[in-house]
Write a protein that binds this ligand. Structure first.
Ligand code: FDA
Length: 398
C-alpha cells in the first residue's frame, strides 16, 4: 500500500491533539489525528466527575509546575482561558463556576469532546482511531519529513505532533509513548511521578485513623514551602480531597506534611474562652463544637491526649493540644500512583522545545504538546487549559 501523505500527523486524539488538529486544519493544512484508543478524548469524558472542569477563570503561569516555570507563559498568554470560554459559548454549552474559578459543564463532559470533534470536522481534520504506531523515522532531515509506520497506514508528514499525554490511568490508554519518541530524537525526559493523587499512610497511622474514613475537614496542607487551603477527606487507605491532591504535586517521598486542621479558628483561643466560662466542660465536648465528634474522639486517642474537664488543663497543655491541631506533622507513606492520579509531573524537558511553537529545537518538524511536556497544572481546570494553549500554539505553525 502506498504511503499516506499528510501535512500534519498528530499522534493522540486527546485534549491537546484535537485542539492542535482543528487549529492546523483551519489554516488549510491537511491534518490526520491518530490514536490507539477506541474513542477520542477518554480522559476528557471522565474528567471533573463526568462534567469536565475545562478551564479556570484565574489561570496563570503561577498555577503550573515545571523545571522551567517561564516556559508556559507564552502559550498561556496567546490562547487564554477566555479564548476557550468563547469557544464553549460558540457551541452554547451550558457551564457554571463550581468554586475558585473552576468552570464545569452543566450537563456532560461529552459536550467538550463533541466541540473538539466538531471543530476538527469543520476544519477538515481526519480522526483515525484504533491505530498503533510501529515506528517513526526522520526521512529527510532538512525538509522535516517523517515516516510513521502504523498497523493501519504508513504516513509521510511534514510536521509530526506528539500529543499522547502522561502516564496516569493506563487502563484507559495512557502510555509512555511520547517519552520514548522524545528520547529517540535525543530530547531529555525529566523524571516522572504521579501527581494530583491521594496519599497513602504508614500502617500504624492508617490503623489509628481508620475510624475517620469518610470524614471531610477544611484544612491547610503544606509541603516544601507551598500550601493549599481546601477540604481534606480521610479514606480507608489514607488522605484525599482537593487540599491533598493539590499538595501531592509538591510532596516528595520522605517529606512531612504540615496540616492545619483549623485554619479559620484559633483552637487555643477557643479552649481558653470555654475554660473561662464553662470550666467543667470536657475537652472532647469543647472540640466537638468545632470538629465532627467522631474526628475528635479518634484524633485525641491518636495524639494520646487524655480527655479531661478543661479546668484541669493548664496553659501549656492547652497550647500543646492547639498545636497538635494547627500543626499536625504527618509523614505519608506514598501516593496511590498512576492508577488514580490525574496527572504526571515531569516529562519532555522544556529547555529543548520552543515555548512559542512547541517544536523540538533539535528535530525540525517534531512537536510536543499537552501533558507529555514537563508542564503540570494545579487541580482546577489548569491541565486542560495547558492542553488547549499548547495545542493551539503548535496548531498555528505545524
Ligand atoms: P490526553 O491524555 O487527553 O490524550 C492523550 C491521547 O493519546 C489519548 O487519547 C491516548 O489514547 C492517546 N495515546 C496514548 N498513547 C498512545 C499511543 N502509544 N499511540 C496512540 N495514541 C496514544 N484536567 C483538568 O484540567 N480538569 C479536570 O477536570 C480534569 N479531570 C481529570 C480526571 C481524571 C480522572 C484524570 C485522569 C485527569 C483529569 N484531568 C483534568 C487531567 C487532564 O485530563 C489531562 O491533563 C489532559 O487530558 C491532558 O491532555 P493531553 O491531550 O496531553 O492528553
Amino acid at each position: 500500500m502506498a504511503n499516506k501523505k499528510v501535512d500534519v500527523l498528530v499522534i493522540g486524539a486527546g485534549a491537546a491533539g484535537l485542539m492542535c488538529g482543528a487549529v492546523a486544519a483551519a489554516r488549510g493544512r491537511q491534518v490526520e489525528v491518530i490514536d490507539h484508543a477506541k474513542k477520542v478524548g477518554r480522559k476528557i469524558l471522565m474528567s471533573g466527575g463526568g462534567r469536565c472542569n475545562f478551564t479556570n477563570m484565574y489561570a496563570g503561569p503561577e498555577n503550573f509546575l515545571s523545571n522551567n516555570p517561564h516556559f508556559c507563559k507564552s502559550a498561556l498568554s496567546r490562547y487564554t482561558q477566555w479564548d476557550f470560554i468563547a469557544l464553549v459559548d460558540k457551541y452554547q454549552i451550558p457551564y457554571h463556576e463550581k468554586t475558585l474559578g473552576q468552570l464545569f459543564c452543566d450537563d456532560s463532559a461529552k459536550d467538550i469532546v463533541n466541540l473538539l470533534v466538531s471543530e476538527c470536522e469543520q476544519a477538515g481534520a481526519t480522526i483515525t482511531l484504533r491505530t498503533e504506531v510501529i515506528s517513526i523515522e526522520q526521512t529527510e532531515q532538512d525538509g522535516a519529513r517523517y515516516l510513521v509506520k502504523t498497523d493501519n497506514h504508513d504516513y509521510e508528514c511534514e510536521s509530526l505532533v506528539i500529543a499522547t499525554g502522561g502516564l496516569s490511568m493506563p487502563k484507559i490508554g495512557a502510555s509512555p509513548f511520547g517519552y520514548k519518541v522524545a528520547q529517540q530524537f535525543g530530547l531529555e525526559v525529566l523524571p516522572t511521578r504521579a501527581a494530583l493523587v491521594p496519599l497513602t499512610l504508614h500502617d500504624k497511622d492508617k490503623e489509628q485513623l481508620a475510624a475517620l474514613s469518610g470524614i471531610a475537614v477544611d484544612i491547610t496542607a503544606e509541603a516544601n514551602d507551598t500550601s493549599f487551603k481546601e477540604a481534606m477527606l480521610f479514606t480507608h487507605r489514607g488522605i484525599s480531597g482537593p487540599a491533598i491532591l493539590q499538595i501531592s504535586s509538591y510532596w516528595q517521598p520522605g517529606d512531612d506534611l504540615t496540616i492545619n486542621l483549623s485554619p479559620e479558628q484559633d483552637v487555643l483561643a477557643l479552649l481558653t474562652q470555654v475554660r473561662e466560662k464553662h470550666p467543667e466542660q470536657e475537652l472532647k465536648t469543647c472540640l466537638a463544637k468545632r470538629f465532627p465528634k467522631r474526628f475528635v474522639e479518634t484524633f485525641l486517642a491518636y495524639q494520646q491526649i487524655p480527655n479531661a474537664p478543661l479546668k484541669v488543663l493548664n496553659e501549656k497543655q492547652l497550647s500543646t493540644i492547639a498545636e497538635q491541631l494547627h500543626q499536625w506533622q504527618l509523614k505519608p507513606n506514598g501516593t496511590e500512583g498512576y492508577r488514580t492520579a490525574e496527572v504526571t509531573i515531569g516529562g519532555v524537558n522544556t529547555d529543548q522545545l520552543s515555548s512559542k511553537t512547541m517544536e523540538a529545537k533539535q528535530a525540525k518538524g517534531l512537536y510536543f504538546i499537552g501533558e507529555v511536556v514537563d508542564v503540570t497544572g494545579w487541580l482546577g481546570g489548569f491541565n486542560f487549559q495547558w492542553a488547549w494553549s499548547s495545542g493551539w500554539a503548535a496548531g498555528q505553525v505545524v
